[in-house]
Design a protein. Sequence first.
Length: 100
Amino acid sequence: MSRTFYVYLLASGPCGWLYVGVTNDLVRRISEHKQGLIPGYTVERGIDRLVWYETHQYVDQAILREKRIKRWRREWKFALVEENNPRWADLYGELRSGPD
């Protein structure tokens, strides 16, 4: 059985507070962030906008990528988002609705 793992970036707004995470259920996890069900950093700073994510086949790859991105400078994280999402749009809506 194959699973998909996700590394994701949440933001409070364009070039705002950032959070990097990893999960095996992106829709559920982002929903939890949006509902404020995960206490701490993201709730305190209003970080609930999904602005970037990527998929991985193996959990160890996803965790390694998450750890690397967490060590990046803010400017590098901004560039990662803006490469495919220059308006910092919340990708959660399209994720929930799926491809057209």
